[in-house]
Ligand binder design. Structure first.
Ligand code: MTE
Ligand code: MOS
Length: 727
């Protein structure tokens, strides 16, 4: 019934009319307003902090610095407990908060924050991959934070190796070697990131647009020394998150402030502060790829260096997971990837739509193009010759290719008009990418079938705009055989909904979808039993419910769960439950006089197994594609020599607007019902941006003859490259 139809988005009306309540819209009685204090420099030693003047401002209730916090300073993170609540001894990046002012109004908090005097001394910093690797550079992280780690006197958090076969002795007719860079970029969600905390009975309640309410609850409980049950996280639907709201940021700070002042407190970040809060991991990838004359890959030899920033957050996982698939969706007989996660005096990096895949695909796809040009093989053809076939173990010992990926490539090639004549100044490009879907972790759902046949579904997923509410309701409606409109989805309150690992890795359709489906099946089994007891095997559900519940009242409660098991011997701790495969094709026209680009046509193809809601999936891919055009064409955080962000805010840091969109966009789907999710579905929603950069860059090369290996492809960069070639 409901499955495979484009049901209207639940919550969509509220989102587009602006009536949806975000955290910044919530006010609690007696609430204080928080303003962060930061320095206008990168790496600096804090000599002293004088809060007297700020405290003297009428309406200021508290000025918190590291000195007022528990000693040793509480530190937290999803994997490594390295991020302090406030800077201790030094600021490690531009914008790291050194103090927080809580006051009766936002205006007072802002004015008082200006009066906090921080004596400091600027220090040299690590802002680039080269500096992070230079033994003469300052150490970003205190060695005491990882006492038993042999790397603790370097800026390397971890170095990992992936691969198989023997790269050294592999022979090749052609070897291409190049270095690719991917810039720091910001998530740029439209919702300002906001946090509220209030003391509640003998615990604390926190309102945050987190993608990960249960991890938040666990980490807050640890930082505050409370039992998990005494921390309540109200995870409101985020107004866009894109990975940037997965892990704790300023929640521990507001919780500590609430407990200290005995008042509810709210912190709403400015857009500038969100740039300084978290970003995408930047990198430098050196790829040496061996090819046989027929275009098949002989070996892939990759040195990948990712600049994480000042604290680890989830960056190391991003780096490992993406580099584990650093060879892309190809059959590669010999492979070696050495990947380093590097600390720097820059904004910490984290998950970001695509989770490292756009970075690695930029390298492996541009290498394919280089080889195609040198070997005189068509760029689509060379990919088809190397693409893993369905069922092929392209990662030895791991989940085999779960889709017929060549179908996606042909579909994209057809849609872009591959091989047909081009107007002057134009070029086309096509690229692929593959991302490992979620590995380990559990999702639970409780479904309550009420006496009138309507149902309430409890699911700890976060709907940040991707449409999880709608899709989960569709699964429940289909399973229970009731209209979509009879279902209410409850999310985002750890005191109400059962555990879910997180909303990430496009896992919700598969993991939570299965949990909801199983909870509904549990209900159906109970109904069957009920029917047998009432000797009414063919009675309609509503009649059964009435017969059973009319006198005593009640409801049928179903419980379902889905788990990806932890596999300690697996390099990622567990095999990918599915792959997110994408193919992107683009046609562009380059103005050689200005380096500007007109995007004529842009195509994405997603292999989603089964589109539970086709319109949702298409819009997800379209949204992702536009986001990908951002890092491809214009987005990059620029630092000055002392690590300050030069383009802080929406004026100097551009994201695509409607004016930057391709004249034509197409999101196409491949559906073979070959995924592990309900009805054969796979995760979707990240794929559309994973191959944007190499596809567009390839088109630029065809149009102009220049090859660019650094993103973004700004008009300036393209123009300079064209002029250099002509000179
Ligand atoms: N779509 C919107 N509108 N807003 C978002 O923040 N995040 C993306 C994607 N689509 C995002 C989005 C990211 S990073 C992920 S991992 C998936 O949604 C998660 O959704 P799912 O688990 O429901 O597939
Ligand atoms: Mo998505 S980057 O996994 O939140």
């Amino acid at each position: 019934m409901s499955i495979g139809t484009s049901e209207r988005r639940s919550g969509g009306h509220a989102r587009v009319t602006g009536s949806q309540k975000f955290v910044a819209d919530i006010g609690l009685e007696q609430m204080l307003h928080v303003r962060l204090v930061h320095l206008n420099c990168g790496h600096a030693r804090i000599v002293s902090i004088d809060t007297a003047q700020a405290l003297a401002v009428p309406g200021v209730v508290s000025v918190l610095t590291a000195a007022e916090l528990p000693q040793p300073m509480p530190r937290y993170g999803p994997v490594f407990n390295d991020r302090p609540v406030l800077a201790v001894g030094e600021t490690k990046y531009h914008g790291q908060p050194v103090a927080a002012v809580a006051a009766e109004s936002k205006e007072v908090a802002e004015a008082a924050a200006e009066l906090v005097r921080v004596q400091h001394e600027e220090l040299p910093g690590v802002f680039t991959v080269a500096a992070a690797l230079d033994p003469a550079s300052p150490l970003v992280q205190e060695p005491e934070l990882r006492p038993n780690d042999p790397l603790n006197h370097t800026n390397v958090l971890s170095e990992r190796r992936f691969g198989w076969g023997d790269v050294e002795s592999a022979r090749a007719d052609l070897v291409v070697e190049n270095v690719y860079t991917f810039p720091m970029i910001t998530h740029f969600a439209i919702e300002p990131h906001a946090f509220i905390a209030a003391a509640e009975d003998d615990g604390v309640a926190v309102w945050t647009p987190t993608q990960n309410p249960f991890q938040m609850q666990r980490i807050l409980a640890t930082v505050l020394g409370l039992p998990v049950a005494k921390v309540r996280v109200h995870a409101l639907d985020p107004g866009g998150a894109f990975g940037g709201k997965q892990h704790p940021k300023y929640e521990p700070l507001v919780a500590l402030l609430a407990l200290r002042t005995g008042r509810p407190v709210r912190l709403v970040l400015t857009l500038e502060e969100t740039f300084q809060e978290v970003r995408r991991t930047s990198c430098e990838i050196r790829a040496r790829t061996g090819f046989n004359r027929d275009g098949t890959i002989s070996f892939q030899d990759i040195q990948s260096d990712f600049l994480m920033g000042a604290y680890a957050d989830i960056a190391e996982r991003v780096i490992d997971k993406s580099n584990y698939l650093g060879c892309g969706p190809y059959r590669v007989p010999n492979s070696r990837t050495v990947v380093r996660a590097l600390f720097s005096h820059t904004t910490p990096s984290t998950a970001f739509r695509g989770f490292g895949t756009p970075q690695v695909s930029w390298a492996h796809e541009s290498q394919m193009d280089d080889a195609a040009r040198k070997l005189g093989i068509d760029r689509v053809e060379i990919r088809l010759r190397n693409l893993a076939g369905k069922g092929e173990a392209f990662l030895p010992g791991d989940t085999p290719a779960d889709g017929d990926w060549a179908v996606s490539v042909r579909k994209a090639a057809d849609a872009i008009g591959w091989g047909t004549a081009l107007s002057p100044g134009r070029g086309r490009g096509l690229a692929v990418a593959v991302k490992a879907g979620a590995t380990t972790g559990a999702s639970y759902s409780i479904v309550r079938l009420h006496w009138d046949g309507s149902a309430t579904v409890l699911a700890g997923t976060s709907d940040m705009g991707q449409g999880a509410r709608t899709v989960l309701a569709q699964v429940a409606a289909h399973e229970l055989g009731i209209p979509h409109e009879w279902i209410t989805i409850v999310m985002g309150d750890t005191a109400t909904v059962p555990f879910d690992l997180q909303t990430s890795a496009s896992r919700s359709t598969v993991f939570m979808g299965q949990a909801v489906m199983r909870a509904c099946q549990d209900i159906k089994a109970q109904l069957k039993q009920m029917a047998a007891e009432l000797h009414a095997p063919d009675a309609p559900v509503v009649e059964l419910l009435r017969a059973r519940f009319s006198a005593v009242r009640g409801e049928v409660i179903g419980v379902g769960s889905y788990r990806g098991e932890y596999q300690p011997e697996h390099p990622l701790g567990g095999a990918p439950s599915f792959y997110e495969f994408t193919c992107t094709a683009s046609e562009v026209e380059v103005d050689e006089g200005t380096g500007e680009m007109l995007l004529v046509r842009h195509v994405t193809v997603a292999d989603v197994g089964k589109a539970l809601n086709p319109q949702h999936v298409e819009m997800q891919d379209e949204g992702a594609a536009v986001m990908g055009l951002g890092h491809t064409l214009m987005e990059h955080i620029l630092l000055d020599d002392s690590g300050r962000i030069r383009n802080l805010g929406a004026l100097d840091y551009r994201i695509p607007t409607t004016k930057d969109l391709p004249l034509e966009m197409h999101s196409l789907l491949v559906e073979n019902a070959d995924g592990p999710g309900p009805y054969g579905s796979k995760g979707a929603g990240e794929g559309g941006l994973m191959a944007t950069a190499p596809a567009v860059a390839s088109a630029v090369t065809e149009a102009t003859g220049v090859v660019i290996r650094d993103l973004p492809l700004t008009p300036e960069r393209v123009w300079l490259a064209i002029n250099e070639k002509d000179a």
